[in-house]
Structures are given as structure tokens and as C-alpha cells.
Design a protein around this ligand. Structure first.
Ligand code: SAH
Length: 219
């Protein structure tokens, strides 16, 4: 981690790099939600990447982690978070814990986050990291996120950070009316969808092309 390598006196430097990331990569591309920008400023992205890549943590790219997975590019994390339109009191479901970076951003923005990860070792590492950082409003599950986490639903918002061929039906079922689902679907580059659940049914809007790892299925 940058502060481990450089010592606490360099916190100010890391803070500076993080604010540059927000200004040049995130605000410059149109993200305006002040709560999202504040969350991106608060969460130490370098705490979530492999040690050897800590100095690259604030660059404009995804970062590889274990098991061929990635931490999404900072702009995509901010964009997807903004699309959920969180105000602070919500219950959110995340599919694809990965490093736990996006989970931390969501935990800053909502009251409670439930997160599901396919690989037990990634889930354990993310949990340890997030607990060490002091997050108490995150709950963890290992398994196939296509099934959601029905026992804890319904949710105000659902965020998916791996790409299925199409929307798994269990996810909108676990959304409250008025709730939002943000999910990449299809072949790479996938289509990032914002799905709103209304009394009349699901409204699907396409946001932009994105590149995510595929949603895995148990053998
Ligand atoms: N949001 C993460 C990025 C995760 S990459 C971060 O900020 O680091 C996508 C993650 O989805 C990977 O960790 C992958 O293991 C997980 N994943 C893939 N298929 C899944 C499935 N069916 N259910 C739950 N998680 C899945």
C-alpha cells in the first residue's frame, strides 16, 4: 500500500493524487453527484489493489487482482454509483465483490450493502480488508450472484460488476418498486444498462459500452 511503502507523512500526497483522479477522470467525464465524488475521495483505492500495483491505483485503468479478475476503472465505479441515485438510507445489493473497492464506495453512499462473490478466497480477502477499514454496514455471501440474496431483499438498488448474457430474472424480482438495477449485459464490449422497476414493469435504458469480466456459473 502506498502509505505502508512511503509512511504516513505521505498521506497528503496520496490525497492529492486521489483528488486529481476525481477531477481529471471523473468530474471531467460528467459525474456530478457530490456524495459520489466525496465517497471516491474518502475510499483509499490503493488499499484494494495488489501491493506491487499500489502506485498505479489512481490511474485511469482497471487493475488486475487474483483469479483473473479486475478492480474496475475509477470512472466506471463512480458512474455506476451515480446511476443508482443513492441518498443515504438505502439497502443495496452488489454482485461481484472482487477486491471490495466498489463495495466500500457503496457503503459510503447507502445504509446497508449486501455483497455476493463467486470465489471464496476473493470474498474472504475483501471482507478482511473492509473490516480492517472499519466498515460495519456490509454483509458478505459467497455463491452465484445470479440468484441474488433473496432472504435479505427487497433492495432499493442492485449493482452488478460482472457481465451475464442477459439480466438474471432473480435480480429485478428482488428490487423494490422504484428501485434501480445497474448491470453490464451481453458480449464484450457489453452494454451498461440502467433498469428501473416501476408499477408498469421494467424500464431498460442503455448507458454506454463497457468491459467487464463475465458472470461465472457454477460447474
Ligand atoms: N467490483 C469489483 C470488481 C469485480 S470484478 C471491485 O471493485 O473490485 C467482477 C467480480 O465478479 C469478480 O470478483 C468475480 O469473481 C465476480 N463474479 C463473477 N461471476 C460471479 C457470479 N456468478 N456471482 C458472484 N460474483 C461473480
Amino acid at each position: 500500500m502506498i502509505d505502508k511503502l512511503l509512511g504516513p507523512k505521505h498521506d497528503a500526497y496520496v490525497g492529492f493524487i486521489r483528488r486529481q483522479m476525481i477531477k481529471d477522470q471523473i468530474e471531467a467525464r460528467g459525474v456530478k453527484d457530490q456524495r459520489v465524488l466525496a465517497a471516491m475521495d474518502k475510499v483509499c483505492r490503493h488499499c484494494f489493489v495488489p501491493e506491487g500495483l499500489a502506485t498505479r491505483a489512481y490511474d485511469d485503468y482497471p487493475i488486475p487482482i487474483e483469479r483473473g479478475q479486475t478492480v474496475s476503472q475509477p470512472y466506471i465505479v463512480a458512474l455506476m454509483s451515480e446511476l443508482l441515485a443513492l441518498k443515504g438510507g438505502e439497502k443495496v445489493l452488489e454482485i461481484g465483490t472482487g477486491s471490495g473497492y466498489q463495495t466500500a464506495v457503496l457503503a459510503e453512499l447507502a445504509a446497508e450493502v449486501r455483497t455476493v462473490e463467486f470465489f471464496p478466497d476473493l470474498a474472504d480477502a475483501a471482507r478482511r480488508r473492509l473490516e480492517k477499514l472499519g466498515y460495519k454496514n456490509i454483509f458478505y455471501m459467497t455463491g452465484d450472484g445470479a440468484a441474488g440474496w433473496p432472504e435479505a431483499g427487497p433492495y432499493d438498488a442492485i449493482l452488478v460488476t460482472c457481465a451475464p448474457a442477459d439480466i438474471p430474472p432473480a435480480l429485478p424480482e428482488q428490487l423494490k418498486e422504484g428501485g434501480r438495477l445497474v448491470i453490464p449485459v451481453g458480449e464484450e464490449p457489453q452494454d451498461l444498462l440502467l433498469v428501473k422497476k416501476t408499477a408498469a414493469g421494467l424500464e431498460r435504458a442503455s448507458v454506454c459500452p463497457v468491459r467487464f469480466v463475465p458472470m461465472l456459473k457454477a460447474a
